[in-house]
Design a binder for this molecule. Structure first.
Ligand code: MIC
Ligand code: SF4
Length: 643
């Protein structure tokens, strides 16, 4: 049967189920990655599962998010993660070594393999022809324990690329254009698969930029074929023997197809405060810029920083702009240093930081009050930068550097000749600090700091659920709204009681207190939301911490994939409105009852009635048999323990 790249990889990894859309499939996971902000919890969960050593082909534990060490907490977590990696047989990539996705692409990714990562930008690996999927930490812990990853069989959205990018237009603009067309929920339920003659003109890091940023479409993942460019990239990494060709059959069929002629694209920019708020740069040109940040897992490759440096050989940075470089990895840093480009960046006035996520997750680099910040990052959700009422725009390194030079948002085509980049045939690997897995039975002790709190216990679902609507929210609520990040809150990721104080902080600063008061009266919580609820990050804390506070039901118009899976894992019932118009009828503060919910779940029923003050609303239960059992048990760990 003719197949897409997606179908081929899925078929090679299918452990259970059939490749039929909308049904649950179980996949074998070859590789996993974790980062520190989600990793501490993932390894506590892995320990709770009780397996002595990871069972994957390869698992890597990265430290890239919580780099600011303003007290002992982050440093303790780094040490905890290193000891965990040694104990359980993982590779360890320490702080300063780079962003998980960039390093994984360089050192570990292999075409045709499956990768599950506790970070929503794991699809970066799709640039190498991997099926790379973001998930909650508990799902990654299960995969490390050798269990399958369960997924609703996605549809395949074929994006047929033709033509070639013009000077000063780059991979970032490809996805900005797709976001402009499809919006932040346009990819939900799909794998975005790229094909067509335009693919050959894109390097592996261009492709990885596109598959990475594709997370903002809500897609399950994105994937490119593995071809001659892929082989050349792996050869430069000293890993050519890991290459295999993987392309869609010529008569493969896609569920949807979008045509995109790369030569018609112009420089684009996402305006505050959503990645799909996209316009041509020319439309907002001239707005003064206070800060320009180049980096993140989307745009911090050797290509990106070289193009920026070469542009700066002929221009100076405006004195009114704080211009900062966050290299993607030690490999990037070593190679731009060896080639002299780092010196150009420093000369031009760049503030050069260690390799890592940094300001992308609000770990420093907050912009000034009312100042426009231009970032080559994937997300500009409100307040994520650390400054309330921020004005964050997302753009390519080309637009970023042009704007840093002029001090105002600038179309880079004004700068004249484009510094074309060609990939070198060999690279400095930059991997001297990556620790290889230690042998089994190393007897190493796991080093736990005082901030690591034990995993909370959760009750099974009652027969009839009674509660109160504690919060009613609009469309496109992000996990940054539900469980904010930033330098103050991220260090609490391994301490659920402490981090739960910040649940919904951006929306209602009293939420945790109100939940605790309700709990004292025996009242549990429902949260009501609109479309695409829980988009963005994979952080399971956005489910775990609300559950800890007593939220048991979420009733919304539609869910983002990873967040829905996390809600199930921690025993929060995800329901959708049978009639979206009923959203208007459910007010904050309403008392609600779902009679017989446990029986309904276990009986496979797909509708339940939510009763409220003399009225009733129909809600849809869109869950597999496994999901239903997990929810009835009160969460995945309870379910796994019950055997
Ligand atoms: C993000 O970009 O939002 C993060 C921070 O990388 C998250 C993970 C986290 O919250 O730790 C993600 O994308 O999954
Ligand atoms: Fe790190 Fe930002 Fe990428 Fe998340 S999106 S992994 S915070 S660089």
């Amino acid at each position: 049967m003719a197949g897409t790249v997606t179908e081929k990889i899925l078929a090679e990894h299918l452990m259970d189920g059939a490749l039929e859309q909308g049904t649950e499939i179980a996949l074998r996971i070859d590789q996993t990655l974790t980062q520190d902000a989600t990793g501490t919890m993932a390894y506590l969960e892995f320990e709770a599962i009780g397996i002595p050593r990871v069972k994957t082909e390869l698992s890597v534990c990265y430290v890239d998010h919580n780099l600011v060490q303003s007290d002992f907490k982050n440093a303790d977590d780094h040490r905890f993660l290193q000891s965990v990696a040694r104990r359980f047989g993982l590779y360890f990539s320490p702080p300063g070594n780079g962003i998980s996705h960039q390093v994984h692409l360089e050192r570990f990714g292999v075409p045709g393999k499956t990768l599950l990562g506790s970070d929503s930008h794991t699809p970066t690996g799709g640039g190498l022809g991997m099926l790379a999927i973001g998930a909650g930490g508990l799902d990654v812990a299960m995969a490390m324990a050798g269990k399958p990853f369960y997924l609703i069989m996605p549809k395949v959205y074929g994006i047929r690329l033709t033509g070639r990018l013009n000077p000063w237009v780059s991979a970032r603009d490809v996805l900005l254009e797709i976001l402009r067309r499809l919006s932040v929920k346009g990819g939900v339920g799909y794998v975005m698969e790229y094909f067509g003659p335009g693919v050959a003109g894109l390097s592996v890091t261009d492709r990885a930029c596109i598959t990475n940023f594709g997370a903002e479409l809500g897609a399950t993942t994105s994937v490119f074929p593995s071809d001659e460019n892929t082989r050349r990239f792996l050869a430069a990494q000293g890993r050519e023997e890991q290459w295999r060709e993987l392309v869609a059959d010529p008569d493969a069929s896609y569920d949807e197809v979008m045509e995109l002629d790369l030569s018609t694209l112009e420089p684009l920019i996402a305006c505050p405060s959503s990645p799909d708020n996209v316009v041509p740069v020319s439309e907002v040109a001239g707005r003064p810029v206070a800060q320009v940040l180049i980096g993140s897992c989307t745009n911090s490759s050797i290509r990106d920083l070289t193009v920026v440096a070469k542009t700066l050989e002929k221009h100076d940075i405006s004195l009114d702009v704080s211009f900062e470089i966050n290299p993607g990895s030690r490999q990037v840093l070593e190679n731009i240093t060896a080639r002299g480009d780092l010196l150009t960046l420093i000369h031009a006035g760049a503030r050069v930081h260690q390799a890592g996520c940094l300001g992308c997750i609000g770990m420093g680099q907050a912009p000034p009050t009312e100042g426009i910040s231009l970032r080559t990052f994937p997300r500009n959700f409100p307040g994520r930068s650390g400054t309330a009422g921020d004005h964050v725009y997302l753009c390519s390194p080309e637009v970023a550097v042009a704007s840093a030079i002029k001090g105002v948002i600038t179309d880079p085509r004004e700068l004249g000749e484009y510094p074309e980049f060609t990939w070198p045939e060999t690279l400095l690997p930059g991997d001297a600090r990556i620790e290889k897995p230690w042998p089994g039975d190393s007897g190493i002790e796991i080093l736990r700091g005082p901030n690591i709190a034990p995993f909370p216990d959760f009750e099974p679902l009652p027969e009839t659920w009674k509660g109160k609507v504690m919060l009613k929210l609009a469309d496109n609520i992000t996990t940054d709204h539900i469980m904010p990040a930033g330098a103050r809150i991220l260090p609490l990721r391994s301490n659920i009681p402490a981090i739960s104080e910040y649940v919904f902080h951006q929306v209602n600063q009293n939420f945790a207190r109100e939940m605790k008061e309700a709990a004292l009266e025996g009242v549990s919580g429902m949260v009501v939301g609109g479309e695409n609820y829980g988009q963005g990050s994979s952080r399971e804390h956005a489910a775990l911490a609300p559950r800890y506070l007593g939220v048991r039901v979420k009733l919304v118009k539609s869910f983002a994939r990873i967040h829905k899976a996390n809600l199930i894992n921690f025993g929060i019932l995800p329901l959708t409105f049978a009639d979206p118009a009923d959203y208007e009828r459910l007010e904050q503060g309403a008392e609600v009852v779902i009679p017989g919910i446990r029986d309904a779940l276990l009986g496979g029923v797909d509708r339940v009635t939510v009763e409220m003050d003399g009225a009733a609303i129909e809600a849809v239960i869109d869950l597999s048999r496994r999901h239903r059992e997990i929810l009835a048990a009160g969460g995945l760990l309870n379910w796994a323990r019950n055997g």
